[in-house]
Design a protein around this ligand. Structure first.
Ligand SMILES: Cc1cc2nc3c(=O)[nH]c(=O)nc-3n(C[C@H](O)[C@H](O)[C@H](O)COP(=O)(O)OP(=O)(O)OC[C@H]3O[C@@H](n4cnc5c(N)ncnc54)[C@H](O)[C@@H]3O)c2cc1C
Length: 376
């Protein structure tokens, strides 16, 4: 609608797992969707699979079907797979990294219902449901600007760098030192914890919906960004312009996701660890740095300290899709508040969706529908 997608590249989903141990990097599972005349097939290369289980493909498809089945709702993932003869190596190779990165929740604690939902979503409209969209240059130019330009042309006014501190009962807002005029409707489009802080400062009534914002349990995401100068790299360069690889690190048992992109003079590498928790912050930091050092030595024959790098911890990155939160319905807040004409819209507002961009868009659509209903 606003032309933003013209500024994106589309990549095919391709899973290429690795194992990093004392012998270096070895490929484990590799698969991608391949196009044949009139049909797409999952091309699965498993001869390289580290400790390949016998009848690998059969076991993989069995596990896939098993996790997609809805009647498994009432149990947590750990109980479920341990009691149902699902091959443990398969969990480590695919289901654990897939779940932890898509749901930002530890596999053992994750809700099976959410995993099942996600796998079903991926299987709809294949193969385009598995396309990966990335901005051609950066998010500001390819995402934010086209949307802002489109909305400004429709008369929308933006106040940037003006955090909302309070909402008054007459629906005016306190932004830093200013108080705005009265608005017809207010939509709070922030994560639940941030919405709760505004709500509490505003002394507005608190009911069950608002309490969910306070109780929601979040997970952090750790991101180690590295710029590797092309002039100093001896190893084979990334041929594709975008790569996404899960790499299991023997030293700490964690699967890190490596995203890399070749720029004119550098390789930009993002090393991502999902499902992080504040209590383990120090250990997680040491572990990701150790992984980064070993990966750079092994794959690029370069010391991390010879590159520009930055470690960023996105605190409370998303709500955790845990089995416990699912049982008590506290993953989602919905879009309502106890105040007339004040709505909530965010990734954790979309009932049934994991905390993702898709959840945020879905929740936005619900709010837009509600506003239109109120107008008519
Ligand atoms: C490192 C990382 C990687 C991720 N990767 C993916 C991915 O690959 N795929 C995916 O689908 N999702 C991913 N996510 C999750 C995705 O980014 C979120 O689900 C999504 O952005 C949520 O959208 P939202 O509009 O609900 O909230 P946000 O994007 O958090 O937007 C809320 C906005 O409100 C602003 N705000 C907060 N408080 C105030 C205030 N008091 N006044 C005014 N403004 C305020 C914030 O600055 C922010 O701009 C990732 C998240 C992180 C952190």
């Amino acid at each position: 609608m606003c032309g933003a997608l013209d500024k994106w590249n589309i990549f095919n989903f391709e899973w290429s797992g690795f194992y990093l141990d004392k012998n270096g990097l070895s490929q484990t599972l590799h698969f991608k969707l391949k196009q044949f005349p009139f049909l797409y097939l999952l091309n699965l290369y498993y001869p390289h699979v580290h400790k390949a289980p016998r009848f690998f493909l059969f076991k993989f498809l069995y596990a896939l079907t098993f996790f997609m089945r809805e009647e498994n709702k009432s149990e947590g993932l750990k109980n479920l797979y341990e009691n149902r003869l699902i091959n443990n190596e398969l969990i480590e190779l695919f289901f654990k990294p897939f779940t932890e990165n898509c749901l930002n929740t530890e596999f053992e604690k994750a809700s099976n219902n959410m995993l099942s939902f996600l796998l079903k979503e991926c299987s709809k409209n294949l193969p385009s449901s598995l396309d990966i969209y990335l901005p051609k240059s950066n998010y500001h130019v390819c995402v934010i600007l086209p949307i802002i330009n489109y909305l400004e042309n429709l008369g929308v006014t933006f106040h940037f760098n003006s955090p909302v501190e309070r909402i008054y009962p007459d629906r005016s807002l306190k932004l830093r030192k200013n108080v705005t005029g009265q608005y017809d409707d207010i939509v709070i489009a922030t994560p639940g914890y941030s919405a709760f802080s505004i709500w509490k400062k505003s002394n507005l009534p608190i009911n069950d919906e608002i309490s969910v914002w306070e109780k929601q349990v979040y997970r952090d995401i750790l991101n180690l960004w590295v710029f590797i100068p092309l002039s100093k790299v001896n190893a084979s360069r990334t041929k594709n312009s975008f790569l996404w690889h899960p790499v299991k690190f023997e030293d700490d048992g964690t699967t890190y996701i490596i995203v890399s992109k070749e720029l004119p003079n550098h390789i930009l590498l993002a090393i991502v660890r999902s499902a992080c928790v504040a209590e383990r912050a120090k250990k997680e930091k040491e572990e990701i740095m150790a992984f980064g050092r070993k990966l750079l030595r092994t794959k690029f024959y370069i010391q991390l300290d010879r590159c520009d790098f930055k470690l960023i911890r996105s605190k409370k990155a998303t709500v955790a899709c845990t089995h416990d939160q699912h049982k008590t319905n506290s993953i989602w807040s919905g879009i309502k508040t106890p105040m007339d004409r004040i709505l909530k819209c965010s990734d954790e507002g979309a009932m049934g969706f994991p905390s993702t961009i898709e959840g945020a868009v879905f929740s936005g659509n619900k709010v837009a529908e509600k506003l239109l209903q109120q107008r008519n």
